[in-house]
Design a protein around this ligand. Structure first.
Ligand SMILES: Cc1ncc(C[n+]2csc(CCOP(=O)(O)OP(=O)(O)O)c2C)c(N)n1
Length: 316
């Protein structure tokens, strides 16, 4: 990756992290409604994969979707306004954290249903194939999703019809409080790819360089008519499942062991090694922080929607 591109990814990851750290504080201060699922710790995956997409490509996200939104280029102010439930939000305040979407930028949206985004992304890939468009869909899912029926059906049909899609499992080790080793009889989740007749790879999801290499292979394959790939990204969520979950189910020391391979620090170390100055990195960090401070100010300044406008926005 060229230094300029890596600097851009570094900034993207900082924006993702500062955004979610701020959301965490706003939630604790009672300023957010509903629930939140933070992406902190998983930034290399969203940044590494979405950064490889082209205009026209789409993603479908999970309930842990703020990071994917940032990585697709959404305006942090409009995102923050959405989470704060304001009309100035990306979905006019009606979506909130779990349904935030930005279709103009190819983000079909976050999803409250585990695995729910997978058929949506598969449908988008089918439409690209039928319309002979050169686009690719990326379907993000957590490690809980591959045990859902709709995910099995989507992978199967995508393989049979050679759809232009990349399935990405973000294996952050837990589905709520259930460890992956208690919910799978296989060692690596990418082994499932064999049953669908598509390539599968398990990747170090802390390391953006490994993520990008795998993403390029899978995206090129999808775009050139080779069909789908299943990528398991091995990672860790630093925070609990949602809201105020203190994650007491984690063994002592586990979080610290993962933090020792922090995805942002891996990028920072490479940039310094490549000759970027500490001053330049500090400048980028300050820019990301200022962008998130401005996002909160924009979000809090927006008016709440009128309750009479709720029903026309509801689909069933
Ligand atoms: C179909 C369905 N079943 C159960 C739930 C409740 N639920 C919400 S998140 C979650 C765990 C998801 O874990 P995982 O897919 O590993 O994603 P992570 O939260 O770890 O990113 C569950 C069981 C749901 N929202 N939808």
């Amino acid at each position: 990756m060229k230094t300029e591109v890596l600097l851009a990814r570094f900034k993207m990851m900082l924006l993702m992290r500062r955004f979610d750290e701020t959301v965490d504080r706003l939630y604790a201060a009672g300023k957010l409604y509903g629930t939140i699922h933070l992406y902190i710790g998983q930034e290399a995956i969203g940044a590494g994969i979405c950064g490889e997409l082209q205009h026209g490509d789409v993603i479908a996200s999970t309930h842990r979707g703020h990071g994917h939104n940032v990585a697709m280029g959404s305006d942090p102010g409009a995102m923050m306004a959405e989470l704060l439930g304001r009309v100035t939000g990306l979905c006019h305040g009606f979506g909130g954290s779990m349904h935030i979407a930005d279709q103009k930028l190819g983000n079909l949206g976050a999803n409250g249903i585990v695995g729910g985004g997978v058929p949506l992304a598969t449908g988008a890939a089918l439409s690209f194939k039928i319309r002979e468009l050169p686009y690719v869909a990326v379907s993000f899912m957590g490690d809980g999703a591959p045990n859902e029926g709709c995910v099995h059906e989507s992978l199967n049909i995508a393989a049979i019809w050679k759809l232009p899609i990349v399935f990405v499992i973000e294996n952050n080790q837990y589905g709520m409080s259930a460890p992956v080793k208690d919910t799978y009889a296989i060692e690596r989740l990418s082994e499932r790819a064999v049953a669908y007749g598509m390539p599968g790879e398990s990747i170090d999801g802390q390391d953006i360089f490994k993520v990008v290499e795998a993403a390029r292979r899978a995206i090129d394959r999808a775009r050139s008519g080779g069909g789908p790939t299943l990528l398991e990204m091995i990672t860790y969520r630093y925070k609990g499942h949602s809201r105020n979950d203190p994650a007491r189910y984690r063994p002592a020391g586990e979080l610290d062991a993962w933090k020792a391979r922090d995805p942002i620090e891996i990028v920072r170390a490479r940039l310094l090694q490549d000759g970027a100055s500490e001053a330049r990195l500090a400048e980028i960090t300050a820019e990301a922080e200022a962008a998130i401070t401005a996002a909160v100010a924009f979000g809090e300044a927006g008016p709440f929607p009128d309750p009479k406008d709720v029903l026309p926005k509801v689909y069933a």
